[in-house]
Design a protein around this ligand. Structure first.
Ligand code: F0G
Length: 425
């Protein structure tokens, strides 16, 4: 079917080239099962005129400010609003990673505390446009919290499948609080995703995992927004954690569009960081992407505890397009990076810290040179995973000391602590 001649947006199968209408509810190609991508007719403006257009638009949402590149035909977005997250410059963290030019794009500042809100505002907007009856996702926690919030705003029933006992407390609490129906599956994330992909449509549930290409459209705006914050002067590198690889796919698509529309003239390189126990994509990259791997995933960074990433093919394209790299880091390095980020007063959840841990490795092995400019994406908020802070002595638990309610007990505690806090000048 050819639909693109008479509509503003359509969906394209990346495997076989089939086209689907924008309003088609399929989240994979109906002919070959390949991943879909949303395509739009290019905006009339490009280059400096388009940059001026975005710079001049005051929008409470850092997603809908870029509507022409996200979902041009939407007239009633379901928006919290979201996005408009800060770029942070912290000298101790640049020093920790070994670079001199580091900015942290903190996506934990989104309404539900992760970057997922950028995709969900678009996904739920699309769900209403196509008349969805209810929505569903599989999740390691952040997608479910975000879907629960945006579903509640839109008045849509939300079902989420999560791996039982394997999602962080803050995320589970949010999901329940926003009113979603939580199904704790006795299996891992990959099993949850398999279930919703297979049965979602049959059960009348619109699937809002990142296989849904409308999610990817919204997540592109992390890149548009950081480029805008850098006055459209791209960094040399963008570093992000990789799990299901939806974000990697979104970053690649955003950069491709940004270059085609001459918002930028040079592409940053992407560096995708996986946890060592959940690193099928890093392993494949090391072999020139000759094989696709699937692993039984295990890592303390539960958000990226994924063994069979769904957006694999799109992510390969993104890495090839940007001459990117993929690496993995052990849990100990993720936790060391998290401790550094937390102690700098920034804070993030464990999976987010993979960015900084990966950057440190890339600098030490010479892939990233000290002078190159880097944006590292922190994907989720520190409060998402309170257990890890309270259970791990290295992250904070050691700071809690019980005392009697007396002045002498307080004085003793302060004195003892002072010996380590106030170091000799
Ligand atoms: N960081 C955080 C905080 C995440 O929640 C996720 C994914 C990622 C990184 C990885 O992003 O999957 O696009 O490569 N969380 C999903 C979820 C899987 O269900 O919340 P990705």
């Amino acid at each position: 079917m050819t639909v693109q001649s008479d509509t503003q947006s359509w969906q394209l199968c990346l495997s076989c080239g089939a086209e689907l209408a924008e309003a088609d509810v399929a989240t994979r190609c109906r002919s070959c099962g390949g991943l879909l991508e949303v395509r739009h007719k290019p905006p009339e403006l490009s280059g400096q005129a388009l940059r001026d257009h975005f710079d001049g638009r005051t929008s409470a949402s850092g997603v809908w400010r870029f509507q022409e590149l996200v979902l041009p035909s939407a007239t009633q977005p379901v928006s919290y609003p979201e996005g408009n997250t800060p770029l942070l410059y912290r000298a101790p963290l640049a020093a920790w990673a070994g670079t001199s030019d580091l900015a942290l794009k903190h996506e934990g500042h989104n309404p539900t505390g992760s970057f997922k809100d950028r995709g969900m505002t678009v996904g739920i907007t699309q769900a209403l446009r196509i008349g969805a009856r209810a929505v569903v996702c599989a999740s390691t926690g952040n997608t479910s919290a975000s879907l629960a919030a945006y579903g509640a705003q839109a008045g849509l029933p939300v079902f989420v499948l999560v791996p039982e006992g394997k999602i962080a407390l803050g995320k589970l609490a949010q999901t329940v609080g926003f009113g979603a129906r939580v199904l704790a599956v006795r299996g891992d994330f990959d099993a949850c995703l398999g279930l919703v992909e297979e049965a979602g449509e049959r059960l009348g549930l619109y699937l809002l995992n990142s296989v849904n290409p409308f999610r990817i459209e919204g997540q592109q705006t992390i890149v548009f927004e950081l480029l805008q914050q850098l006055r459209w002067s791209p960094p040399d590198w963008i570093v992000l954690p990789g799990g299901n690889l939806g974000n990697t796919a979104a970053f690649g698509k955003a950069l491709e569009q940004a270059r085609e529309l001459r918002l930028i003239t040079r592409l940053p390189r992407l560096a995708v960081v996986q946890a060592e126990g959940a690193a099928p994509f890093a392993r494949s990259f090391a072999e020139g992407f000759r094989h696709r791997y699937e692993v039984a995933a295990e890592t303390v960074a539960t958000a990226i505890r994924i063994g069979n990433p769904a957006s694999w093919d799109r992510a390969v394209r993104a890495i090839r397009l940007t001459d990117g790299v993929v690496l993995s880091v052990p849990d100990a390095e993720i936790l060391a990076a998290k401790a550094a980020i937390d102690r700098a007063g920034v804070g993030c959840e464990p999976a987010s810290a993979a960015s900084l841990a990966g950057l440190r490795r890339l600098v030490s092995d010479g892939t990233v040179s000290r002078e190159q400019s880097v944006v590292a994406v922190l994907t989720g908020h520190m409060l998402k995973d309170p257990e890890i802070l309270l259970e791990s002595p290295a992250l904070g638990a050691a700071a809690i000391e019980q005392i009697e309610p007396t002045i002498s007990a307080l004085a003793t505690a302060v004195e003892a602590a002072s010996r380590t806090i106030f170091r000799e000048a």
